[in-house]
Design a protein around this ligand. Sequence first.
Ligand SMILES: Nc1ncnc2c1ncn2[C@@H]1O[C@H](COP(=O)(O)OP(=O)(O)O)[C@@H](O)[C@H]1O
Ligand SMILES: O=C(O)C1=C[C@@H](OP(=O)(O)O)[C@@H](O)[C@H](O)C1
Ligand SMILES: [Mg+2]
Length: 171
Amino acid sequence: MKKVYLIGFMGCGKSAIGKRLSFATKMPYYDMDHEIEKKMGMTISEIFSTYGEEAFREMETEFLRTFRNEYCIIATGGGVPMRKENREIMRRTGLVFFLNAPFRDVWRRIATLKKRPIVQASTRAQLEKLFYVRKPLYMYSAHFKVETEKRSIHDITDYIAFQINRFKGGN
Ligand SMILES: Nc1ncnc2c1ncn2[C@@H]1O[C@H](COP(=O)(O)OP(=O)(O)O)[C@@H](O)[C@H]1O
Ligand SMILES: O=C(O)C1=C[C@@H](OP(=O)(O)O)[C@@H](O)[C@H](O)C1
Ligand SMILES: [Mg+2]
């Protein structure tokens, strides 16, 4: 086990939990969106509007293919598990945790923020549909499904840290 990947729909808490998990486990933390923004010198929204979604998806796969080989925590973007190659890379190179949250929770968290181009371009109904299209692929990609409903970020972080330490100990 080298890497820990957090996957799940926009707003399920990947970035917030990844950051805290890094303190709890003393593993370095990377946010894929942030790494891609840094490399491109543009925000995710600018990348979408300049190059289109498909080019952004290619950048995500390129990140997974080439990112350095070290023990670390990676908060993925919500669309990453949609590609077979991405799923294979994550499962081969790390432990994959799916943060499961009900649609109403993620909607409440993402509806008003402007930084997610897919949210900006979609209605609530369209996002809900996307949520249910993606869910089986999150399930399929994950080694662990983590229930987040009615749980604090602190609680969820503790649970994942516990699972990581179990694996570290055993490998
Ligand atoms: N379990 C939770 N309880 C309360 N707030 C949460 C929880 N998970 C995430 N949040 C909040 O929801 C917002 C979106 O979380 P974020 O980590 O950016 O999601 P993601 O990276 O999965 O899109 C953040 O403000 C975060 O603090
Ligand atoms: O679900 C998606 O397709 C996306 C999720 C975003 O990341 P978060 O899941 O961290 O919001 C970001 O990668 C981009 O806006 C596209
Ligand atoms: Mg995020």
